[in-house]
Ligand binder design. Sequence first.
Ligand SMILES: C[S@@+](CC[C@H](N)C(=O)[O-])C[C@H]1O[C@@H](n2cnc3c(N)ncnc32)[C@H](O)[C@@H]1O
Length: 233
Amino acid sequence: MGIAHTTRKILSGDAFNSVVAGVKRLRYPLDPQPFIDSIDKKELERIKEKYYNPKDKVTSRKYLDLAEWMPTNAKRIRDVMLRPAPPKKRVLDIGCGTGYFLYIAKSLGHDVLGMDIPGHKLFDEVCNNLLHIPRCLHTIEPYQKLPDLGAPFDLISAHMTCFNRYEDGKRWGPEEWKFFLDDIETRLTPTGFIHMDLNAELDGSHMAPALRQFFIDRGAKVDRRKFRLVPKR
Ligand SMILES: C[S@@+](CC[C@H](N)C(=O)[O-])C[C@H]1O[C@@H](n2cnc3c(N)ncnc32)[C@H](O)[C@@H]1O
């Protein structure tokens, strides 16, 4: 990490928010191994034989490396402080991919729903045949409301988001996000919140300054690519 990057991070308040997130995680240790152990090994091997290539660290095949991705998702669960039920929480994960985040949430006793684009064979097989994660297959479009998703959610999450990208790679700006957040905030319980971890901007930066300011003005806590938003009520 360069001096310029570190200085920028300190000035932006990200350093403080990172430390707070790290301290919070210390209060909630969560071993990913039991979640790996509970998975049907025969079915995992069948899916891996079809898709896995250990040299491929770029496409969705990489997600079949459970030793890497289950710990990543246990850390995400700790970041949102989703402790074992009770109380049972209802969780929506947008762009859920293989669904490991929701698998851990479900194993902790929560009620989960994934959302993802239709027709992705690897994600379909992992979610349907291996982890048994209920999903709503839906492609998010800018300025379009989400479909009816039933009961409100205590947590709406998204990790390494891609739904906020146009085909040319351009990312959503504040206007698209405003429409989207106005909609999903109506799908929260009175104590519910939104936690999202965006993919990097085209230039490799964490978040465009105007977008970062938009999230902050809306009341979100921003830490590098992540924001946590408890709607103003
Ligand atoms: C980089 S992957 C991340 C997967 C998962 N969240 C994780 O972190 O392991 C991005 C996910 O977003 C989904 N996605 C991309 N465009 C989408 C859209 N327009 N609507 C809904 N999901 C979308 C992809 O299918 C994929 O599951």
